[in-house]
Design a protein around this ligand. Structure first.
Ligand code: G1P
Length: 354
C-alpha cells in the first residue's frame, strides 16, 4: 500500500510565513510539521510516499525531504499545477498509486496516535473507503459526517448548520474507485473539486464508507495559534536532555531539552522547553511550552508559549507570549518600553520596538 500526502495548499492563514515557506515545513518542536506525518505513515507499515506539491514549493520540499532515506521511506514528488481542490490533488496521484488501495494524509494535520489503527482496520475490512473523524465543538469549518450504525451516510463540507459534531480529520483510506468518483464531481461554490463530494458520490453508489474515531489529540495547523498549540502538545512529551554546559548563574526548572553548542548566561529556563543547537540565551526567562530554533539569540527578554525559528534574534523585547517568530527575524528595543507584545512575523522580518 502507498500513501499520498497533500501539501499543495497555499497556507493563506499563515501569511506572511507562507510567503517564504510551505506551511508543512514550518517547525513544530524544532521539526517540520511534515516530519511527523512521514513518521506516522512509516509506523503504519507504509514506506512508499507520494508528496503532492505546487510548483512554487517543489524545490523547497525536495531540499527538506530528499528521497526520504533519512526516514527509511521512499518519497516521490507529484505536481499539482494549480490549486483546484483536494479531490483534484488526489487525482494527480493516480499514476503513482496505480490500481491499489491507498492512504491520503493532509500534510498539515498532526495526530497524537498516528494512523496505524485506521490503516490496519482498512486493510482487514476491505471496504471502499475509511475516514478518520473526531468530535469538535464547532464543526462548521470542516467536512462533517453523519453516521448510521458503522457507516458514514452523509458528508457535507463546511456546513452552516452541521448535522453532527463529527469533523473529518485529514486522513482517508481509499480504494481506486475514488478516481472514478473524482471524475464525476463538479467544482463546489468555492470553485474547488472537494474530496467530500467525491466520497459522497461513493456513498450514493452504495459503496461502504466507514468511520474511524480519533483517539488522542488532533491538530490541523492552518493558523498561527494552531501551530503554537501543536508545539505545546508535542512538548508535553519532552524529556530532560542537556548537551551543553550551563553556567552557575542560570537556573533550569522542569523538562528542558538543550542541544549542543548552546550558551546560556544569567537566565532562567522553565520546561517544557526545547532549545536548538548553537542558540545563545542571555539575561532572559524562557518557557514553558516554547521551542527555540537553531542559532537563535535571545538577550534580556522573556519568551513564553512561542515558536522562535532558526536564526532569529530577540533583544530587550520585554515579555513575548503566544508568538510565532519566523526565520532570521530581528527584534530589538527602541527608546520607550511597552509592556507586552503579540507577534506573528514572517521570515527575515525586522521589528523595532519603540
Ligand atoms: C479539508 C477538508 C475538510 C477537512 C479538513 C481537515 O479542509 O476539505 O473536509 O475537515 O481539511 O483538516 P481545508 O483545510 O482544505 O479547508
Amino acid at each position: 500500500m502507498k500513501a499520498v500526502v497533500l501539501c499543495a495548499g497555499e497556507g493563506t492563514r499563515l501569511r506572511p510565513l507562507t510567503h517564504t515557506s510551505a506551511k508543512h515545513l514550518i517547525p513544530v518542536a524544532n521539526r517540520p510539521v511534515i516530519a511527523y506525518t512521514i513518521e506516522a505513515i512509516r509506523e503504519s507499515g507504509i514506506n512508499e510516499i507520494g508528496v503532492v506539491v505546487s510548483p512554487n514549493v517543489e524545490e523547497e520540499f525536495k531540499l527538506a525531504l530528499g528521497d526520504g532515506s533519512k526516514w527509511d521511506v521512499q518519497i516521490s514528488y507529484i505536481l499539482q499545477e494549480s490549486p483546484k481542490g483536494l479531490a483534484h490533488a488526489v487525482s494527480c496521484a493516480k499514476e503513482f498509486v496505480k490500481n491499489e488501495p491507498f492512504l491520503v494524509y493532509l500534510g498539515d494535520n498532526l495526530l497524537e496516535n498516528g494512523v496505524t489503527e485506521i490503516v490496519k482496520e482498512f486493510q482487514r475490512s476491505k471496504t471502499g473507503a475509511s475516514l478518520l473523524l473526531t468530535e469538535v465543538k464547532d464543526p462548521s469549518s470542516f467536512g462533517v459526517a453523519s453516521l448510521a450504525k458503522d457507516r458514514i451516510v452523509k458528508l457535507v463540507e463546511k456546513p452552516k448548520h452541521p448535522p453532527s459534531n463529527l469533523a473529518v480529520v485529514g486522513v482517508y483510506l481509499f480504494s481506486p474507485t475514488i478516481f472514478e468518483a473524482i471524475a464525476q464531481i463538479k467544482p463546489s461554490w468555492r470553485g474547488e473539486l472537494e474530496i467530500t463530494d467525491a466520497i459522497q458520490w461513493l456513498i450514493d453508489q452504495g459503496i461502504e464508507v466507514r468511520p474511524h474515531l480519533v483517539k488522542g489529540w488532533w491538530k490541523d495547523v492552518g493558523r498561527p495559534e494552531d501551530m503554537i498549540d501543536a508545539n505545546r502538545l508535542i512538548l508535553e512529551k519532552l524529556e530532560l536532555q542537556i548537551f551543553s554546559e550551563i553556567g552557575q548563574d542560570s537556573k533550569i526548572v522542569g523538562r528542558v531539552s538543550i542541544a549542543e553548542g548552546v550558551q546560556i548566561r544569567a537566565s532562567e529556563l522553565r520546561g517544557p522547553l526545547l532549545i536548538g543547537p548553537g542558540a545563545v540565551i542571555e539575561n532572559s526567562f524562557i518557557g514553558p511550552f516554547t521551542s527555540i530554533g537553531q542559532g537563535v539569540r535571545i538577550v534580556s527578554s522573556e519568551i513564553e508559549y512561542s515558536i522562535v525559528m532558526s536564526g532569529a534574534s530577540i533583544e530587550g523585547a520585554g515579555r513575548v507570549d503566544h508568538s510565532l517568530i519566523g526565520r532570521n527575524v530581528r527584534i530589538f528595543r527602541g527608546k520607550r518600553p511597552p509592556e507586552t507584545y503579540h507577534f506573528v512575523i514572517g521570515d527575515n522580518s525586522e521589528v523595532r520596538l519603540v
